[in-house]
Design a protein around this ligand. Structure first.
Ligand code: ATP
Ligand code: MG
Length: 402
């Protein structure tokens, strides 16, 4: 029966916490591979082995594993007894029917008690392969690598290794709340935090009743794509149009966008605290637009006492766009929409606001009432992967907010 052997990298460095990280990774692999024919998942020393049923859908498995953060690489593998005869026979059977001009055998031995050393195993298996096919040995850049992993009571033979996404398993670094617009940047920012092991909840501010549903529809599609990486997501939709109107009525025109952002921060903080998220995340990148100058980013961050994480801060748009393409969100993000930040925006926004100016401009606003008004408007959409679609919509009262 086939297996998948999965290696991790960064998780391996975690010493004392390693069992918890590995068990999180095992869990995440199991959930991501649901309904693909997985029989059992075992954490063995230094690797995870997935036992597959005879009907397992390998193309689907191989499509999904690159979504599981924490995986360094993976390969389809065969299990065999831990004797040189069995290992050699298994390697020869594995290459039968394959065409390749060059190959290399790489052995790792976690059972140091095995009678042969790794180079000796490489040599014996290599000669057996050459007896079966005309391929040449090339240890630097082989067309086919035969990996042999010798454990205590069993061994695994696999051909080639596919790269995984790296990072840490989602759920190992706590929960954060990502502010997601329909743009290119914020989905990438959320993904980068997942890759650092965070479970990400989402909040989107929409311009209802002054704008149509295009931004929320896009965000629903974006969160659906992002959910592949964490199997479950919650998107909180906040009605922001009326709050923006109150800001517009009370503050100088050039300050509007930064003051929208400060209000988003306050609402997001309240929401984060109510759902147990420990930090906020945005897709801001230094200097990208007027609201993201160093001065304006500072004034924005001052509106929240939660840590504000900006994983894209040092990246340019081309780098972010390339990541969005790999993530699968780029095509969704470039669809036109009505984003709430475009509502009532001035032609010449302030690029160097000072905190005192922001605070003075906010004097006339009933901030806590506005935050409460926003919280009362929250709708939650729940996503699961493998896809059961958007499964429920709850109102604020049902998610335990006062
Ligand atoms: P993005 O592609 O993420 O929209 P952007 O270049 O359009 O980025 P801005 O519109 O200035 O940047 O937004 C900066 C950040 O503020 C976004 O990355 C996002 O985290 C947050 N943000 C902006 N608009 C919204 C919104 N409507 N709802 C939630 N968060 C938002
Ligand atoms: Mg935007």
């Amino acid at each position: 029966m086939n297996r998948v052997v999965i290696h991790y990298h960064e998780v391996a460095l975690k010493r004392g916490n390693r069992p918890a990280f590995v068990s999180r990774l095992v869990d995440n692999i199991g959930r991501t591979l649901r309904w693909t024919g997985v029989k059992r998942i075992r954490a063995l020393p230094g690797r995870i082995v997935v036992n597959l049923t005879p009907q397992a859908d390998w193309p689907q498995i191989s499509r999904r594993l690159p979504w599981v953060f924490g995986i360094a690489n993976y390969a389809l593998a065969w299990r065999t007894e831990c004797t040189i005869e069995a290992i050699t026979a298994c390697a020869v059977a594995a290459i039968t029917g394959r065409e390749f001009a060059t190959f290399g055998v790489r052995t790792t031995r976690s059972a140091k008690t095995f009678a042969l050393t790794s180079p000796e195993i490489n040599r014996i298996v290599g000669s057996a392969v050459q007896a079966e096919c005309p391929a040449r040995v090339d240890l630097d850049d082989p067309e086919l690598t035969i990996n042999i992993e010798v454990l205590g009571r069993e061994a695994f033979v696999s051909l080639g290794r596919q790269p995984g996404p790296g990072g840490l398993p989602v759920g190992s670094s706590g929960t954060v709340l990502a502010l997601i617009s329909g743009g290119i940047d914020s989905p990438v920012a959320a993904m980068r935090m997942m890759r650092r092991g965070c479970r990400v909840a989402f909040v989107h501010f929409h311009g209802a009743p002054y704008q149509d549903r295009t931004s929320r529809d896009k965000v629903v599609e974006l969160v659906r794509v992002l959910t592949r990486h964490q199997c479950e997501s919650r998107l909180h939709l906040v009605s922001f149009g009326d709050i923006q109107r109150q800001i517009v009525a009370a503050v100088p025109r050039p300050f509007r966008v930064v003051l929208y952002r400060r209000m988003m921060m306050r609402i997001a903080e309240t929401l984060a605290r109510s759902i147990g998220a420990e930090a906020l995340v945005t897709g801001e990148s230094l200097g990208q637009v007027a609201s993201q100058t160093l001065a304006n980013l500072t004034v924005t961050a001052a509106a929240t006492s939660l840590p504000l994480l900006r994983p894209l801060i040092g990246m340019d748009k081309a780098e972010i766009s390339a990541q969005a393409e790999r993530l699968g969100t780029f095509e969704i993000s470039i669809q036109p929409d009505q984003d709430c930040c475009q509502l009532f925006v001035p032609r010449h926004p302030a690029t160097r606001m000072r905190l005192e100016e922001a605070q003075a401009a906010e004097q006339g606003l009933a901030i806590s009432t506005m935050v409460q008004q926003a919280m009362e408007s929250v709708e939650v959409e729940k996503f699961t992967f493998p896809d059961e679609g958007v499964s429920c919509i709850e109102r604020t009262a049902q998610i335990g907010m006062s």
